[in-house]
Each structure stands twice: as structure tokens, then as C-alpha cells.
Design a protein around this ligand. Sequence first.
Ligand code: SF4
Ligand code: SF4
Length: 696
Amino acid sequence: MSYAYRLPVVILLLVVGLGLFAKTLYGRFRVLKAGRPETRWDLVENRVRGLLEVGFGQAKMFKEPASGLLHALTFWGFVVLGARTTQLFVQGFVPDWPLPVIEAIYAPIKDVTAAVVLVSILGFFYRRLVVKPKRIAYSGEALLILGFIGGLMVTEFLFEGLHFGGMMASGKPDEIAHATAHVANAPIGSALAAFFATSGLSPTLMQALGEVNYWIHLVIVLTFMNLLPLSKHFHVITSLPNVFLSKLEPKGALSFVPDIEKSLEEEKPLGLSKTEDLSWKQILDLYTCTECGRCEVNCPAWTTGKPLNPKMIILDIRDHVYADQARILAGGKVPTAALAISGEVTAEEAEGAMPALIAAVNPDAIWSCTTCRSCSEQCPVMIEHVDKIIDIRRHLVMTRNEFPKEVGTTLKNIESKSNPWGMASGKRFDWAKDQNIPTLAETENPEYLFYVGCAGSFDDRAKEITLATAKILKAAGIRFAVMGKKEKCCGDPARRMGNEYLFQTMAQDNIDTWKEAGVTKIVSNCPHCYNTIKNEYKQLGANFEMVHHSELIPQLIADGRLNLSAGEAQRVVFHDSCYMGRHNDVYEQPRDALKAIKGIELVEIERSEKLGMCCGAGGARMFMEEKIGSRVNNVRVEQLLEAKPEVIASSCPFCMTMLSDGVGAADKKDSIKTKDIAELIADRLILPAPAEDAAP
Ligand code: SF4
Ligand code: SF4
């Protein structure tokens, strides 16, 4: 059979298929280019490591072993079969073209890989049509794509079997030798060729059917390629770049807004309200979402009935961006303004209208986020959700002045009283009454500034944690000092509520004061203060050495600076705070501190460490009403109660409030204690006997 006809057909297919693909991709790329600049090309070594681990190694997929394995096998199969696809297109120009050098080794690998991919696709069909996991919405598009991939494997086998089987059955020695040599190293190809050669079909029919399968294969490849940028399967193209370009700076640091004062003075819109406000990397995130739903499974807001679903945040913004593409490609005006110009709405309506991007998202969802980072932790393609949510809060707060009432009150309190509760600054040091706590003004060159924070200064329960921490610092002989009445909020709630200006003002004030006082090392028992000072003050040029009490205490124990007595036997479960755990990877240290206490039996629940559920107070939710769905803290306490603990331990004053309330709601106040690790340690400290007075 002559294959000369292939040449014009394959050229036509390539020109049309690749041309359309390039056009679609160029449109997506132009939108990406319209995004804000962002630097993601630094620390190449770390990026390559992440790419190998999370991208090629599929590390995050294996959090769910069964579906992870299916996906990983399909992904690795695609990588291996890339060479085969290229080979088949080249065979349109040169029939039966072998891969140079590697053909003999590649043929068996390709055969086995295609078989493995086919089995994986059958597994995916089974999951989607029979198992139907809750997090995966039914999607005809997904089934079509699975059908395409399965079709590629089937046509690959049929083409090889029929094409070479036909030659083998031709009775012509040169064709038989040619076919035998070609499939010699391909176990499935040779078995199928032998099968068809003895099937009784005519050689011409077999070769014609082989050609049909060849062309179906090429058409599927090009159709599949063209569907990618138009569907959720765009991730096939974008996920490796997205993983390579993922966030490497501290996970707990929100993005910095430069020149904020000037922007406010000039009344420039701030935050995220339209496509061009997204950074190019944020747009790449949107393109990369696989719609797998892993991010929603552990979201404390979504799982307690709030309107926030992190997957839908990404998809709603993505759909808005896709719908907005024509405007961007046309050189882009803001849609509402354009409508006003065309007379469709009045200028006033255009001015006051909710920007389309935010209207697509639902502001209630935006205010439900606790910034716990569980979504990003689970996302297999490293999508960052929190930055987009906070960017929308920034727009609502700083540009539109639209926010829940409690947000306004809290921000006003921080602004006027330097604390979110609006307590008088003069009362900030009341916790230390009669405790002989050294202040910065009275202490020369203290080793640590003990930054107490607003909760530790004003909240009655948190004050007990502050005193326990001070007792430990004293017992370990650490020269520390506090700011006393001069202390101010670190700025975390203001930043997470979207008031970046207020955050920067508070942070700069603190930085100036501490630098002037010669502070270099800071200890805090609040994860929110810790994260903000450690990871976010750097954006303002400060670099204090920051330690959380859950890190310092086990170190002091290991150094022999704290002596502990054995206390009563207690069964303790530890609740990880999101800002020490997922935001700062501090998981082991608080557990080490608890394990150092004789008599304590530390027990774990399934939802701990990276899987730990937020208490509900993060993202400044501590200061907002929770009116929708079940209360996050109650759900979290129910999970902790599964361990049948006598004590629920934590290392955060906000968590303490939420967990104590949750224990109360579960009617367990009499049987279960809520304790900070500092309190558990302080209760068992063996203190040196006070020096005897010389005079009686
Ligand atoms: S940060 Fe937490 S609360 Fe916010 S969307 Fe992600 S998982 Fe949900
Ligand atoms: S954001 Fe990530 S985890 Fe969530 S649906 Fe998209 S790909 Fe899956």
C-alpha cells in the first residue's frame, strides 16, 4: 500500500490544528500579560526541587492514594508517550519512521506505558461513574477527555497491530521482514500484529483499517490539544509552570502593597476588582485549576455551611477573566465605564456598581475565610487562594468602604486605641500588676522583647497564658522585657481585614520603636503576632529574630534550663494553630514540649498537623460574627473530643478562646480543660528556692 497520500493530509492537519491552538493560547497569554508584574524567577534551585517533587513526582496527589496513583500513572504515561506522538506525526512525512537511537529501548516502554494509561483511564471512568466522590462534580467534558485519552491508547494499539499485521499477512517477504523488524521489541504491538495476521482479514483491509486508526489518533491528539486551553484540562499545559513558579517566600506572608499612602491620596482603586488587578501568576493559578475539589474538602468555612468554597472562588474569578478576555484583547476599558459611555447605564450607576469580578464571587464568601491555608495545602497544583481573597477584601475596604459592621468597628479600634477590642491603651499592662515584669524602659540590653500582643494583654483568659509564659521565661533565667503600656497591635487583624494602610502604619510604628530600643530578638505566644512580625515586617525592611513560645519552651527544656515535676496523669490532645502549622511548619516543637511532661499521654486525631482544622478565629474572623452555618469552633472541638482527652492543649490565645467556647457548647466544661502549652509547663515548673534574707 502506498502512503504518499499521508503527506498533504498531515500537513493540513498540523497547519489547522496547531494554528488554532496557537491562536487560543496566544489569547490566554495576552490576558496573562495584562496582569500585574510579580517576581517568580528567583531561587531557581528551590523551584526545580519543587517541580521535581510536586510536578513530576506528583507528591501532593498521593494524599489520596487511589486517585493519586491513577492520576500519577496517567501523567507519567503522557510524559513517556510524548515521543510516540511525535513519531506518529513524523510518520505522516516518512512512513514507519523509527525513533533515532532509542527505538529498540523505547518500543517496549511505550507499549507497557500505553497499556498502563488505558487501565488508569478505565479506573477513572469507574471512579466518576460508579464511585462518584462527593468533591467531584459530574462533568461531561471530563468524560469526553477521558474518552479521548483512552481512544489515543486504543488507536495506538490498533494502528500498530493492523498496519503491521496486514504486512505480515501479505505474503511478500520484504513486507513480512519489515513488519517483523518493526514490532520485534513491542510486546503488545507484536502480539496484536500476529493476531491480526492470522485473523483471516484481507491484508489490504487490515492496512486500510490501520490507516483509519492512524488518522483517528492524530485527529484526537489535535482536538484534545485544542480543547485544553478552553477547558479545565488547561492544567495539562499550565500545571508544571504553575508548580515551578509557586510561592517560595514564607507561606504566612500576604503580598505587600507598595506606595499605599500615595495611592490612597490619589484615590487610585486598590485591591482586586478587575482582571488587570490580578498578577500574572494569579491568572496562571486560575488557568491551572483542575476542578478536583481537594481544596474544599477541609475548608472550615465550606464544611460548616458558609457560602465560601475555595474551588468556586478560583473558578468564579477564572470564568470572569475568560469572559473578560475579549475586552483585554481589544485594549481594555473597565466594563462598567464602557457601559456608561455607550449609554447602557448612567455614569452614577457605573460609578457605584459592584465590579463584575467581585459580583461574580459573592462578598459573603470573601468574609467567611479564616485564612487557614488548608485549601492551598491540599491543592495538587499549588494554587494560592488566600492572596486573592485578601486582595478582594482590600478592594472592598480601602476603595469601596463596604464591609461587615464588626470589621468597621475593629478597624476603628485598632486605629484609635491600637488594639482590636478598643480597650484603653492605659490598661494594656494591667496583666502584670504585682508580677514584677521588667519593661523595656527599665531593662538594659534584654535578650528578648516579650511581645505580649493584644489578646494576651486584654483578654482575661489569654492574660493567664501571658503570665505562664513570663513565669517560664523567668524560670529559665532569660533576660526579657515587655513594652508595657507602649505596646501596640502588630497589625495582623487590620491586614487580614483588608486594611493594608492601617497594617503598614502599625507595623512601621512598631519597627521604629523596637529599632530605637535596640531590640533584635522577640518572643511571642501568639501565632498571629509571630507570623506577622517574622514574615511580614520584612516587607518593611525589618528583620527581627522571632521565636514562638512553642519553639522556645522545648529548646529551654532540652538545654536543661527548665526543671519539671511530674504532674497528674492526663490524656492530652494538641490542636495545631493554622498560623504556627500550615503557615510556618511548626508542628513538632509544641508536641516535644508536651512529651517532656511526665504523666502526660499525648494522643493524636486524624485531623491534626497539616490536616488540622482551623478554630475559626484566623483571618480576623476572631472579631466578626459567625451567623451562617454551624460554628467552626464547635465542629473543631467535636473532632478533638474523638480522642477522649482530659485536656485540649493549644499554643494560641485566639484558639484558646474558640476551643474554650466549643468545650462549653459541648457541655464538657467540667470534664475537659483547655490549656495553653505554657500553662501546662508553668504548672509543673520546679522553681529554685528564693534566696534567704540576710536580716530576719
Ligand atoms: S484559607 Fe481556609 S477558610 Fe479560607 S478558603 Fe482556604 S480553606 Fe477555606
Ligand atoms: S484550586 Fe486546586 S485543589 Fe481546588 S479545585 Fe482547583 S486544583 Fe483542585
